[in-house]
Design a protein around this ligand. Structure first.
Ligand code: FES
Length: 260
């Protein structure tokens, strides 16, 4: 398990990537230990909000000791983050969570599936996997604002789905998987719960192993609010009930262990 640190991080750059979606690079030592699929907790300046906001890591640049966060503005905390400029400092905690089990994809046909703000954590995943294997990615968007798609094309064969049908397959990522007759052994996915439920069902029907990141369900990200409980098939050693905290036990789970 990687050691988490609470550190000041320097803003290197920030820009608007799509409607309400920001692209932020931070210089931080946390980059040294961050794995694909992990996240960081970002603190607001407003001390009334003591708990950090969980944001997934989109990309890691170890040479520059920097991480990239691509996040959607959804409330006052993330609206504050969007105001940061190069040279400003933010307090962050990380790396948090378990990340995707890249070793499970070794020698296998792997497909990465992301929907909405579940797209960003799969970029670093695609980058790392592309060093040893051919990667297929299937990304789902609301419309033609297909943020990060040009970067996914560098590391993978990319298929796109959009809700309004303006780009790629009309529908969701599962529709795109079926329309393009994509076959695989392993799926890594991140996105909204209905999408993940659909992927779990589709994977189990076809005998595909799936690992799902439930990060959209997180609140504090540090095990304090219990707002992220998900049902599991196994009894948890600690709580003795069939559930898990997404932020501390996940956010990535073997789909077979989830009751969803
Ligand atoms: Fe608060 Fe998991 S998000 S306990």
């Amino acid at each position: 398990m990687t050691k988490k640190m609470k550190k000041e991080a320097k803003v290197l750059s920030q820009k608007l990537l799509a409607d309400g979606i920001f692209d932020l690079w931070l210089e931080t030592e946390i980059a040294k230990d961050t794995c694909p699929g992990q996240f960081v907790g970002v603190y607001t300046v407003n001390k009334a909000a003591l708990l950090p906001r969980p944001i997934s890591v989109c990309e890691v640049n170890k040479e520059k000791t920097a991480i990239r966060l691509v996040y959607r503005v959804v409330g006052t905390g993330t609206a504050e983050f969007a105001l940061y400029q190069p040279g400003d400092y933010m307090m962050i905690l990380g790396p948090l969570g378990n990340g995707f089990p890249l070793e499970k994809a070794e020698g296998k046909r792997v497909v990465l599936m992301g929907g909405g703000i579940g797209v960003p954590p799969l970029l670093e995943t695609a980058k790392r996997l592309s060093e040893g294997t051919d990667v297929i990615t299937v990304m789902g968007y609301r419309n033609s604002e297909t943020f990060l798609s040009d970067e996914f094309e560098k590391y993978s064969r990319l298929y796109i789905a959009s809700d309004d049908g303006s780009v790629g397959t009309k529908g969701n990522v599962i529709d795109a998987l079926k329309e393009n007759k994509i076959d695989c052994d392993v799926i890594f996915a991140c996105g909204p719960m209905p999408m993940l439920k659909g992927i779990k069902a589709c994977a189990s029907e076809k005998g595909i192993k799936a690992y799902l990141s439930l990060e959209e369900r997180m609140a504090c990200g540090v095990g304090a609010c219990l707002g992220c409980i998900c049902k599991t098939k196994k009894v948890d050693d600690h709580s003795h009930v069939k559930n898990a905290r997404i932020c501390t036990d996940g956010p990535v789970f073997d789909a077979d262990d989830l009751d969803m």
